[in-house]
Design a protein around this ligand. Structure first.
Ligand SMILES: [Fe+2]
Length: 193
């Protein structure tokens, strides 16, 4: 349930976290997923020297379009992004609208085209979203794909979109696995000197 007692500053991590916890209190598995993705995005953004508070807020909001009250198209990345644009946060809207396979899914569903962002924060959200199950468990992308096929069936739009997006998402995973590895090695070396 959408909980907005006052105007919320969606660039403020504490306010955004409270809003998400309250709004998704009725969907504990989804809430755990969101919180886990946001934690991982936040720590990776820190490691990579990106704007970590912005990355954290955007990750907390990536699935906001699932809230019943925000449903217009029924496609959560677009409904969530439209909500954030209306609230005055177009930069966060642009970071979340293209998360995971939403550009491919929008194409399959014949919804307005979603352009793919090259912003590293947008890619980080995808990186962690596709490796975090409902309930917050961290899994490999391959496991997540298997899970989706089992849940939705091979012929579903969701599975077709995942298959279509697979090469692009594998590239993101490769890119960020190696840059996060390098960042971790760099920080170990720095702390040893
Ligand atoms: Fe998600």
């Amino acid at each position: 349930m959408l909980v907005m007692k006052d105007k919320i500053n969606f660039r403020d991590p504490d306010q955004t976290l409270e809003f998400i916890k309250n709004s998704f209190a009725d969907s504990p598995k989804r809430l755990e997923h969101i919180l886990q993705v946001a934690e991982c995005v936040h720590s990776s953004a820190n490691e990579l020297g990106l704007n970590a508070p912005l990355a954290y807020c955007a990750a907390l909001l990536h699935d906001v379009g699932y809230l019943e009250e925000l449903k217009v198209t029924g496609f959560h990345p677009i409904d969530g992004a439209n909500f954030l644009s209306r609230e005055g946060y177009p930069e966060i809207a642009a970071l979340i609208v293209c998360h995971s396979n939403s550009p491919e899914q929008a194409h399959i569903k014949k919804l307005p085209e979603i352009s793919i962002s090259e912003d590293p924060i947008a890619k980080l959200i995808t990186y962690w979203d596709v490796q975090t199950k409902q309930g917050g468990e961290l899994v490999s992308y391959d496991q997540r794909l298997e899970d989706i096929v089992a849940r939705y069936g091979e012929e579903s739009d969701v599975t077709r979109a995942h298959r279509m997006a697979e090469p692009r998402i594998r590239k993101i995973i490769k890119e960020f696995s190696s840059s996060l590895d390098k960042a971790a090695k760099h920080s170990t070396t720095a702390s040893n000197t």
